[in-house]
Write a protein that binds this ligand. Structure first.
Ligand code: NAD
Ligand code: DAU
Length: 345
């Protein structure tokens, strides 16, 4: 294996993964194809732009001709390109169906046509739907996605497995848990809350804030993807998680404490519709392959908060323009209703 095509490498996890491949494998060449949607940012990989083993291609995974050209050149594909934010999928899912479902299908067709050694599809724990208290989803569980983002990822995940069963395409699927770290677009809870707190703005916590997520540091997630690219068994699915369970309200409070800001910045706002209460994965299968996360939650959160503190121009730019329209649409009425309720009490 020498040439790897990474899709979505200008995004959060993708940019860390591209950097990791270039750092760990001096003989590898990496092509990063990314459409640069609102979530993609070439600044995330400025430090490797001059590296001769790295090439950035501005393009859409739905473009079959371009995917044919790129896939023909490579030995393996790691597919991260996606629309990724649940709240945006609830506002309208067209782009999710187009990129996450159809785009993955286009890539699979190109991979089948040109032949590759490995196709790693980066799926998500959301495909299982919410996990009841005390239960952890395993790879053989049925998929029961409950929001449009999760459903589009589940469709793509199953298409990948179908291409293995039908055509023997050497697919490996990862289903990862909530990931945190530097360079995450400030729409997801942690970077949104950190950047709001840095601006002394309220932290809009959905519902009672007692929902549970299992937090995985981005470098650990990338190490798992690296292992699956090289050692994952074809046709297999691997859960990737960290057992770093936290209620959302605990995360919000921890962020405020790290930044020395008051807990009164937390605003309980109207919940996300169909909000999955809890995710939990049994990740013993990838553990048996030799992976375990290295970074605990407190360390991961401290590193993440410090990065946003040190990189204000990165997130101020991300929060400008169309972000403001999205923010207003998603949070304007929620925050107004919360303020009204507070006034009435
Ligand atoms: P992100 O939103 O930060 O980045 C997605 C990237 O894909 C962006 O650079 C964007 O420009 C690109 N992209 C979008 N549509 C494209 C298209 N049609 N063609 C080419 N590029 C396109 O996402 P992320 O959080 O880094 O997630 C990466 C992958 O990991 C996704 O597939 C996501 O479903 C999965 N995942 C994410 C998490 C998490 O907590 N962030 C957890 C588990 C799995
Ligand atoms: O579980 C893996 C998934 O994690 C990935 O597949 C997704 O791409 C990624 O976006 C993430 O999905 P979540 O919906 O869990 O992440 P998000 O950061 O949006 O929300 C985390 C929790 O915080 C969730 O319970 C909703 C809550 N939340 C989120 C936002 C944005 C709030 O309470 N307020 C908010 O403003």
């Amino acid at each position: 294996m020498r040439r790897i095509l990474v899709t979505g490498g200008a995004g959060f996890i993708g940019s860390h993964f591209v950097r990791r491949l270039l750092r760990e494998y001096s003989e590898y060449e990496v092509i990063n194809v990314d459409k640069l949607t609102y979530a993609g940012n070439r600044d995330n990989l400025r430090d490797v732009e001059g590296e001769p083993r790295y090439r950035f291609v501005l393009g859409d995974i739905c473009d079959r001709q371009l995917m044919d050209e790129l896939v023909r050149e490579v030995d393996a594909i790691v597919s991260l390109a996606a629309e990724t934010h649940v709240d945006r999928s609830l506002l309208g899912a067209d782009a999710f169906i187009r990129t996450d479902v159809h785009g993955t299908y286009v890539l699979l067709c190109a991979a089948r046509e040109h032949g590759i050694e490995r196709f790693v599809y980066v799926s998500t724990d959301e495909v299982y739907g919410e996990a009841p208290e005390g239960y952890s989803s395993s790879e053989t569980d049925p998929l029961q996605p409950r929001n449009p983002y999760a459903a589009s990822k589940a469709a793509a995940d199953m298409l990948c497995l179908a291409f293995f069963a039908s055509y023997g395409l050497p697919v490996v699927v990862s289903r990862g848990s909530n990931t945190l770290g530097p360079c995450q677009y400030p729409e997801k809870m942690i970077p949104l809350f950190v950047t709001n707190a840095l601006r002394d703005e309220p932290l809009p916590l959905y519902g009672d804030g007692r929902q549970v997520r299992d937090w995985l540091f981005v470098e650990d997630h990338c190490e798992a993807l690296d292992l699956l690219l090289h050692k994952g068994a074809v046709g297999e699915v691997y859960n990737v998680a960290a057992d770093n369970y936290r209620h959302n309200i605990q995360v919000a409070e921890a962020i405020l404490e790290l930044l020395d800001k008051p807990h009164s910045l937390i605003r309980h706002v109207e919940d996300r519709p169909g909000h999955d209460r809890r995710y939990s994965l049994d990740w013993s299968k990838i553990r048996a392959l030799g992976w375990a996360p290295r970074c605990g939650f407190d360390e991961a959160l401290a590193k993440t908060v410090a990065w946003y503190g040190d990189n204000e121009s990165w997130w101020q730019k991300a929060r400008s323009g169309a972000y403001q329209e999205y923010y207003q649409r998603q949070y304007g009425w929620r925050l107004e209703a919360a303020a009204r309720q507070e006034g009435e009490q």
